[in-house]
Structures are given as structure tokens and as C-alpha cells.
Ligand binder design. Sequence first.
Ligand SMILES: O=C(O)C[C@H]1NC(=O)NC1=O
Length: 244
Amino acid sequence: MQIRVINPNTTRGMTDTIGSAAQGIAAPGTVITSTQPAHGPVSIESHFDEAISAVGVLEEVMAGERDGVDAYIIACFGDPGLLAARELTRAPVIGIAEAAFHMATLISTRFSVVTTLGRTGIIAEHLLEQYGFGHHCRRVRAAEIPVLDLEDDGDAALTRIIEEGRRARDEDGIGAIVLGCGGMADLTDEISEAVGLPVVEGVTAAVKLSEALVGLGLGTSKVGDLAFPRAKAFTGRFEHLSHG
Ligand SMILES: O=C(O)C[C@H]1NC(=O)NC1=O
């Protein structure tokens, strides 16, 4: 099977980190192809960044449909464009936040999230409620690091994440940590070792969930709100999105 991992930001180094983590956990026979939008924010750290990035995610899913992709992963912790992407395909589309939340509830009764900047914590909080995991998550914490510090200042970023993870361990009454950024995909073992808790990371969780869904012959329902979009003309810079 082919799983297309989409980094919604446009930083190639982070796309490569994400793709490597995905391939490293993939089963024999699973091919990971990783991609990013041609246009969009170099990192996603606000509602504005999320909104703009979603268009690129959808364009990458449309390209994947031409490539015969078997499953898609949206590798940003805000799961930008998730439901819209599901409208475009019969394949499974998994957001890394949703995947991580599901996995964390299978190994712990309470978890906390450690993400990058505090200002994006509300996005994870909204997703927790939207997905039905609000009562499982004790707190959404932030290491207060810019997303691209994970690429540009990795050691300092890792230190900050571990420090926040230890505070969560000591204060939150939790059994697991969820990593709140696609760019943390290669840090799972180091953080788990340093904090002394199981760490759930969304990219790798989404790979295994995608393999499970494809293996079960399950894909996005095309009945109801996730049916293919109605024929629609788009104008201006979005004219290429016209369909039907
Ligand atoms: O929402 C966040 O803080 C992290 C999010 N931003 C990004 O560019 N990739 C992510 O996973």
C-alpha cells in the first residue's frame, strides 16, 4: 500500500523528518511518500496559518488521487483541512492529532499534550472536544518554542519539551504524553526515556491506523457529509479547483 504523508507547512527539512519517521514505523510492503504544498506558511503557529495551509493540503490530496494513493496523513497537529480532504477521496484520511488522541486513550485513562507555542494550544483543545476526547486530556501544555526551532535549534527545543513533559508527569496525574507537533516525530524515544512515561506521537500513530484501516478494507464513507463535493466552478486563483 502507499500512504501519502502531507506536511501542511512548506519546510522541506520538516517534511523529510516526518517522512523518515513514518517510513521507519511502516510495515513491510507499506510505501511512504511524503509531500508538502507548493505554497503556504513555512510553519503553522496560528489560526491564520492553519486556514491558509488547508488549501495546500487539499491540493496534495487531489494530486494523490491521481497517483492512486491508499491512505493520507495530515501531519500537522491542527489537522488542517481534515474533513474537506475526506470529501475528496474514498481512502482513509488521518490527522495526527486525532490519531494520537485515539492511541493515547488505549494506553492511559488520562494524558497531557505537549505542543510548541501556547497560543496554538486552543486549537488542540478544540480538536479534543470535537473528537470526543476532552475528558481524557488533563492539559494542553506548551514548550514555548517556535515550530522551526525543532529544525534549527533541535537540542534546545528537545530540552524544553522534556522539561514540560516532566512537569506534566509530576503535576497532571497522567499516564501518557501526546506530542503536539509533526516536527517532533523523531523525538519520541528520547522524550519517553527522559520523562519516564509512554509518549504517543501522531505521525507514527497515524501510519499504523492507516495500515489497519486499509487492511480492514475501510475507507472514508461517501454517504452523507463526506460524499464527493457537488460540481462547482471556482474563480480567480482557485479556478484550477473547479470540478464536475
Ligand atoms: O500546531 C502546532 O504547534 C504544530 C504544528 N505546526 C506545524 O507547522 N506543524 C505542526 O504540527
